[in-house]
Design a protein around this ligand. Structure first.
Ligand SMILES: Cc1cc2nc3c(=O)[nH]c(=O)nc-3n(C[C@H](O)[C@H](O)[C@H](O)COP(=O)(O)OP(=O)(O)OC[C@H]3O[C@@H](n4cnc5c(N)ncnc54)[C@H](O)[C@@H]3O)c2cc1C
Length: 293
């Protein structure tokens, strides 16, 4: 029996991968809204300013995509991502990397480069389905940790508390808006300094802010203004804000997940950063392989 503490993306993937490896699990989650509940769910395989594929992204996504597909129809929505040019210099930077990025390029034109293979995961639905799946496979739920072999998947809360010794973190708060833009009809994910994800019924998720200094919970007026300004860089249409959420990304080494053991404490799986959707299923598998030995 292994106790998994925290049931966000990390804990859910660890728990399910342990069960698939034949290990019994007991989940302990304090029911607070972790970053997995608010995440945009974006999967952008070539993110960032410099057109660099994310760290081991192909290997991680080769594990993650079938994992999500097996769990539920349409949990992951494959959507082309239009990375808009910032300026001519940006476009020239892309041209220098173009050959290396070939397998991800769907189209290049004056608007930008369209990536294939990306999309978004409905993270809230994933957590719900993962819980059902875990219970169905004999997983137990407990209100407080009981001890034994433990895997701490406590996200930013655990990093801020310092659950494990000597883990330096640079966690970052982020805020996201859901907006309604009747008649816009944009069905690609747009990306430049931030992103806009079409989620259906004229609704779009827009994000996200980064704040390393104020790791408080809850949305702020300042965050809302920042995301509204960001949205205006993508469209001049009128919009209505229908939702506003905030969370804290657990960042240790950029978005590289960290698996760590500490005597007397157990295992830690944390540091999914801004790319939990891509990396969580593979780090869950890594944890299962370690505990199977
Ligand atoms: C605004 C924002 C936008 C984002 N957008 C994206 C995106 O588009 N794509 C992407 O891939 N990633 C995105 N992320 C990042 C993603 O959310 C994280 O990488 C991921 O959710 C981290 O998952 P986690 O399980 O480590 O942490 P969490 O989701 O925080 O889960 C940890 C869980 O552990 C529980 N817990 C903590 N301590 C205890 C304890 N002592 N006992 C019991 N339970 C405990 C918490 O309550 C929580 O439920 C975004 C994050 C933010 C904040």
């Amino acid at each position: 029996m292994v106790e998994v503490i925290g049931f966000g993306l990390a804990g859910a993937c660890v728990a399910l991968q342990l069960q698939r490896a034949g290990i019994q699990v007991r989940v302990v989650d304090d029911g607070r809204v972790g970053s997995s509940h608010v995440a945009g769910g974006l999967v952008n395989l070539v993110a960032g300013r410099n057109f660099e594929p994310s760290w081991e992204v192909k290997e991680a996504w080769d594990v993650a995509l079938p994992f999500y597909e097996e769990l539920g129809d349409h949990l992951f929505q494959s959507v082309p991502i239009l990375r808009l040019w910032r300026d001519e210099k940006d476009r020239r930077k892309f041209e220098r990397k173009r050959e290396q990025l070939g397998s991800w390029i769907q189209k290049v034109d004056d608007e930008g480069v369209t990536w294939r293979g990306g999309g978004w995961l409905d993270c809230s639905r994933f957590l719900k389905i993962a819980r059902e799946e875990c219970l169905k496979s004999g997983g137990e739920w407990a209100a407080v940790p009981r001890g034994g072999k433990q895997v701490w998947c406590a996200g930013a809360a655990g990093l801020i508390r310092g659950d494990f010794d000597d883990v330096a973190h640079r966690s970052a708060k982020g805020e996201i808006l859901t907006v309604k833009i009747p008649g816009w009809g944009e069905n690609r994910i747009l990306n430049r300094n931030g992103w806009v994800i079409p989620i259906g019924n004229d609704l779009y998720r827009v994000g996200a802010t980064y704040d390393w200094d104020h790791l408080t919970s809850g949305p702020t007026e300042e965050g809302r203004e920042k995301v509204e300004s960001l949205l205006r860089t993508f469209t001049d249409r009128d919009f209505e804000v229908t939702g506003h959420v905030a969370g804290i990304r657990p960042i240790i080494n950029r978005s590289k997940p960290v698996v760590r053991f500490q005597e007397g404490r157990g295992w830690m799986v944390n540091g999914l950063g801004s790319k939990g959707v891509i990396y969580a299923p593979r780090v869950g598998l890594e944890m299962a392989e370690i505990l199977q030995e």
